[in-house]
Design a binder for this molecule. Structure first.
Ligand code: AMP
Length: 534
C-alpha cells in the first residue's frame, strides 16, 4: 500500500496530512504553506489556477474565481443554504435538471463536485511531490452535520480527482482524535469547530485510546464568511455615508472590500484596531476616490455579537441530549480559523467555565485527525486507538399525510443497521413505495429526500400478508444504504432506486476521464514548455 493522506477539505482553506510512524504530520503544499485556499480560478488565457494563485487573481476576475463551493456541494439549488450563499457569491449559479446546483463559468456550467475535485486533485499533486510517488488513498473529512447527499458528493469529487476514499470522517471527530492522541488525555472533550462556512459541536469521551463520540450538532448557516459579510456591509455603509455612492453594484470594488474586510477581521484577533486602505476604489471621470477607514475590535464585536452568541443554544441542546452539564466537560478544544476571534474564545470560556485548551492547532488538527484515521484503517494504529462515531442526522421514512417515522435516531453510534418489516395495504398489491428521508424535522416534507424505493414483484396475496424486510444502514462513513428482502421467498427484492440528488455513476466516470485528460494535457504542455526552454 502506498502513502495514505488525510484531507481536510475546508470551505475556505484545505489542509493535508499523513502519518509518520505513529505521529500525524502536515504535508506542505507546492508553495510550502501548510494550508491551501479552497479557491479555483479560470483565467482569460484558459488556464485553471488553484489555491494562492487563484486567490490572487480574484480581484481582477471575480466572476471566474470560485470559492466557498463547499456551501453548495450536495445541496439543492432551491434550498435555503444555497439561496443564502448565492446572495454573496460573485459567480453565478444555475439549477441542474435534477434540482442540484450548477456553477456558471463563462458559457460553461460545472458541478460543485468538479470544482472540489480540482482542489482535491491539487492536494493529491502536493502529496505526490512530497512523497515522490503516486498517491491514491485518502481519508477525507466533512462537517459532522453533512447529510448523505453532501457526503456522497464529496466522495464523488474525490473519485473524479483520482482518489480512492478509504473513509469519510467528521471534522470535529478528527480534531478530537488529533487532540486525544497528541495529549494522551482521558476525559470528556467538547470540540467547538467554527470554520469559514459551518459550525459543528461534538462531545467526545476519550478513555485509554477509545474515542467515543457522544453527540454532535451543526449549523450550516454559520461560519467566518458571515463575520466577513458584517464587516463588508459596515464598510459599504460607511462609504455611502462619506461619499454618497453605493459600491455594492461595482463587482471589482466589492471584491476589494471583501478581501480587505476579511483581512481586517483576522488582524483584529491580534490588535485592537486596524486600518482599511483601498486607494482608487472608485475612479470617476473627474476624480478618483480612495477609501480609508479605521475599524476597532469593539466595532467588529458589536457588528457580530449575535453571530458569536448563535452557537450557544446549540451547544446547550447537545449537552442536554447526553444529559451533561457544561462543567462536566474536561477539555474544550477550538477548531477552525474563526475561533481565533477573542470574543468567541471568551464566550466559550464563560459557557464551559474553563479556558479552551490552546495546544490544538485550529487550522491543522482536522487534517491531522484524518491522518490518524488513515493509520487506524491501515492497521498501524489499531492497537492504540478505537473510534466510535455517531450519525448527526436521523434516518426515516415518509408515512401517510406527510408523516415521518424515524428508523435510526440521531447520535446513534455508527455503523448501524435496522430492519423494518413492510407489508401491503391492498389485496394483490404488487408494489410498495418507500420514501427514505434524512433529518430531524417532524414532517416528511421538512426533511431531505434521499431516495424512493419501489418494492416491485410482490406475489399476489391478501392485504397485510406479504412481508418485506427493508434494512436501513448508515455505514462508518455516515452514508446511507437501503436493501429489501422478501421474507416469503428469501429473495432480495427488486428495488427501483431514484436517488434524488447527485451525479450518476456514468457522470462520475465521464468526469474522471475528463479530469485525467486535462491533467495529461497539462503535463504534456509543461514538458513541451520545458523542452522549448532548454
Ligand atoms: P477554516 O475553514 O477553518 O480554514 O476557517 C477559515 C475562517 O477562519 C475564515 O473565515 C477566516 O477568515 C477565519 N480566520 C482565519 N484566521 C482568523 C483570525 N485570526 N481571526 C478571525 N478569523 C480568522
Amino acid at each position: 500500500m502506498g502513502p495514505v493522506i488525510g484531507i481536510d477539505l475546508g470551505t475556505t482553506y484545505s489542509c493535508l496530512a499523513h502519518l509518520s510512524g505513529d505521529q500525524p504530520r502536515v504535508i506542505p503544499n507546492l508553495e510550502g504553506s501548510s494550508t491551501t485556499p479552497s479557491v479555483i480560478g479560470f483565467t482569460s488565457a484558459g488556464e485553471t489556477v488553484i489555491g494562492e494563485t487563484a486567490l490572487r487573481q480574484a480581484l481582477t476576475n471575480p466572476e471566474k474565481t470560485l470559492f466557498s463551493v463547499k456551501r453548495l456541494i450536495g445541496r439543492k439549488f432551491l434550498s435555503e443554504e444555497v439561496r443564502k450563499a448565492a446572495a454573496r457569491l460573485p459567480y453565478k449559479l444555475a439549477e441542474a435538471p435534477n434540482g442540484d446546483v450548477l456553477i456558471e463559468v463563462g458559457r460553461e456550467r460545472i458541478t460543485p463536485q468538479e470544482v472540489s475535485a480540482m482542489i482535491l486533485g491539487y492536494l493529491k499533486t502536493c502529496a505526490e511531490s512530497y512523497f515522490g510517488e503516486d498517491v491514491h488513498d485518502a481519508v477525507i473529512t466533512v462537517p459532522a452535520h453533512f447529510g448523505d447527499h453532501q457526503r456522497q458528493a464529496t466522495r464523488d469529487a474525490a473519485v473524479i480527482a483520482g482518489l480512492n476514499v478509504l473513509r469519510v470522517i467528521n471534522e470535529p471527530t478528527a480534531a478530537g482524535l488529533a487532540f486525544g492522541l497528541g495529549q494522551k488525555k482521558n476525559g470528556k472533550v467538547a470540540v467547538f469547530d467554527l470554520g469559514g462556512g459551518t459550525f459543528d459541536i461534538s462531545l467526545l469521551e476519550i478513555h485509554d485510546g477509545i474515542f467515543h463520540v457522544l453527540a454532535t450538532n451543526g449549523d450550516s448557516y454559520l461560519g467566518g464568511n458571515d463575520f466577513d459579510q458584517r464587516v463588508v456591509d459596515w464598510l459599504l455603509d460607511e462609504f455611502k455615508k462619506d461619499h454618497a455612492v453605493d459600491l455594492s453594484s461595482d463587482k471589482f470594488a466589492l471584491q476589494r472590500v471583501r478581501e480587505a474586510a476579511e483581512r481586517a477581521k483576522r488582524e483584529l484577533s491580534f490588535t485592537s484596531e486596524t486600518e482599511i486602505n483601498l486607494p482608487f476604489i472608485l475612479a470617476l471621470p473627474q476624480e478618483s476616490i480612495h477609501f480609508r477607514k479605521t475599524i476597532t475590535r469593539a466595532i467588529l464585536e458589536s457588528l457580530t455579537v449575535d453571530l458569536v452568541q448563535k452557537p450557544l443554544p446549540l451547544i446547550e441542546r447537545t449537552l442536554e441530549e447526553v444529559r451533561l452539564k457544561p462543567e462536566a466537560i474536561d477539555d474544550v478544544i477550538l477548531v477552525g480559523g474563526q475561533t481565533r476571534m477573542p470574543l468567541i474564545r471568551r464566550r466559550v470560556s464563560e459557557f464551559f467555565h474553563k479556558r479552551p485548551n490552546d495546544k490544538v492547532h485550529p487550522d491543522e488538527s482536522v487534517a491531522l485527525g484524518a491522518a490518524i484515521q488513515s493509520g487506524m484503517l491501515s492497521g498501524e494504529l489499531n492497537d492504540i486507538v478505537l473510534l466510535l462515531d455517531v450519525t448527526s442526522l436521523a434516518l426515516g421514512i415518509e408515512t401517510e399525510f406527510d408523516g415521518y417515522e424515524r428508523i435510526i435516531d440521531k447520535n446513534t453510534t455508527i455503523p448501524v443497521r435496522k430492519t423494518r418489516p413492510f407489508t401491503t395495504v391492498d389485496t394483490n398489491q404488487r408494489q410498495v413505495l418507500v420514501h427514505v428521508l434524512q433529518g430531524d424535522a417532524p414532517r416528511a416534507s421538512e426533511n431531505v429526500s434521499l431516495a424512493k424505493f419501489e418494492l416491485v414483484g410482490i406475489l399476489p396475496a391478501p392485504a397485510g400478508v406479504p412481508q418485506i424486510d427493508v434494512t436501513f444502514e448508515i455505514d462508518a462513513n455516515g452514508q446511507v444504504k437501503v436493501a429489501a428482502r422478501d421474507t416469503a421467498t428469501g429473495k432480495e427484492q427488486m428495488i427501483a432506486v431514484q436517488p434524488s440528488s447527485g451525479l450518476s455513476k456514468q457522470q462520475v466516470n465521464t468526469l474522471v476521464k475528463k479530469q485525467k485528460e486535462q491533467k495529461d494535457k497539462k503535463a504534456k504542455d509543461a514538458a513541451h514548455e520545458k523542452k522549448r526552454l532548454l
